[in-house]
Write a protein that binds this ligand. Structure first.
Ligand code: NAD
Length: 334
């Protein structure tokens, strides 16, 4: 039995969470859910978008599954998600992007994994005005944060049978900050002779990802480039409805779709549950439930191939729950 903290989230979060639970239940994996709240719901109830009890629950259980959160305007938090990642030191943002059948995309057979540094770079939030007419944002790169994220990328490659890690940077211009990231990546790579290592300058990488995505495998990069290129990779495989993610640290991991709370579709039973279902697949693998993870992927593949019980973004007219129900039925049918 696994104990996992469940945050259903705001907007469409409760619907895609329910859909994901339907699919997980069909696998028979025993999970005790400890429900916690964050975001708008928590602000209304407790006056803070990130109650300590929620952080504590994930800290205790070490694993969380989370729907998207609406960052309440004027709450004093720049983003609840950023605050949660900071509180638990979830220093890796993992975003796999792979092609699925039945998805309208000019790109086929994509299988990429973006490993994004999650704690520093321009996202450290160190910025200030210089007088009235200039602003300064400070890009922070440390050896320690670079080392642990690159090490994660290599360990991930080894564990998942991947052949190559590419470090992405702009060290030709940002000689000190990105230079330190690249130097650290090269040093870490020496400890993993079984995995090929190379580096690419970020602008060239963006072009190559749309021209020759099949040349790449695991990509590791500082926070800002990771934010941008992981969305590019999600675009290669059919958009936000199909993009899962995970935030991982040494002591806890939180699995969540890349997309937000899509407030305009709240309660409409309309959005694609696959991004959150695939986030749960990442969670199952993290928990060592490899077979259940593979069964969900096979069922999703079959439902997408058939193309009947799919949501609007995939060209269908099924609702969130119908799509999840079809996946669950496939799992049960074996
Ligand atoms: P969004 O991702 O919520 O929605 C943008 C558009 O993408 C939607 O209107 C919809 O057309 C489409 N879309 C998103 N998810 C989809 C799905 N599962 N299936 C089909 N189509 C889908 O982005 P936004 O409107 O910029 O943000 C809304 C709120 O979400 C904001 O408050 C933002 O802060 C928050 N947000 C939260 C997270 C998170 O919790 N991890 C991430 C991003 C944004």
């Amino acid at each position: 039995m696994h104990t996992v903290t469940l945050i259903r989230g705001d907007g469409v979060g409760p619907e895609i969470s329910e859909a994901t639970l339907t699919v997980l239940e069909a696998t028979g994996v025993k999970i005790a859910w400890e429900e916690a709240i964050a975001g708008q719901e928590a602000l209304d109830k407790y006056g803070t978008p990130l109650p300590e009890a929620t952080v504590e629950s994930i800290r205790k259980n070490k694993v969380g599954l989370k729907g998207p959160l609406t960052t309440p305007v004027g709450s004093g938090f720049r983003s609840v998600n950023v605050a949660l990642r900071k509180a638990l030191d979830l220093y890796v943002n993992l975003r796999p992007a792979r092609s699925w059948p039945g998805i309208n995309s000019p790109f086929k057979e994509i299988d990429l994994v973006v490993v994004r540094e999650n704690t520093e770079d321009l996202y450290a939030g160190v910025e200030h005005m210089v007088g009235n007419d200039a602003a300064e944002s400070i890009k922070i790169i440390t050896r320690q944060a670079s080392e642990r994220v690159v090490r994660f990328a290599f360990e991930y490659a080894l564990k998942h049978g991947r052949k190559k890690v590419t470090a992405v940077h702009k060290a030709n211009i940002l000689k000190l900050s990105d230079g330190l990231f690249l130097e650290t990546a090269r040093q870490v790579a020496e400890g993993y002779p079984a995995v090929e290592f190379e580096d690419r300058i970020v602008d060239n990488m963006a072009m190559q990802l749309v021209q020759k995505p099949h040349l790449y495998d695991v990509l590791v990069m500082p926070n800002l480039y990771g934010d941008i290129l992981s969305d590019l990779c999600a675009g290669l495989v059919g958009g936000l409805g199909m993009a899962p993610g995970a935030n991982i640290g040494d002591n806890a991991a939180v699995f969540e779709p890349v997309h937000g709370s899509a407030p305009k579709y709240r309660g409409a039973n309309k959005v694609n549950p696959a991004a959150m279902i695939l986030s749960a697949v990442l969670m199952l693998r993290h928990l060592g439930e490899m077979e259940a993870a593979a069964r969900i992927e096979a069922a999703l593949k079959a439902v997408l191939e058939e193309g009947r019980a799919v949501t609007y973004d995939l060209g269908g007219s099924a609702g969130t729950q119908e799509m999840a129900g079809a996946i669950a039925a496939r799992i049960k049918a074996g």
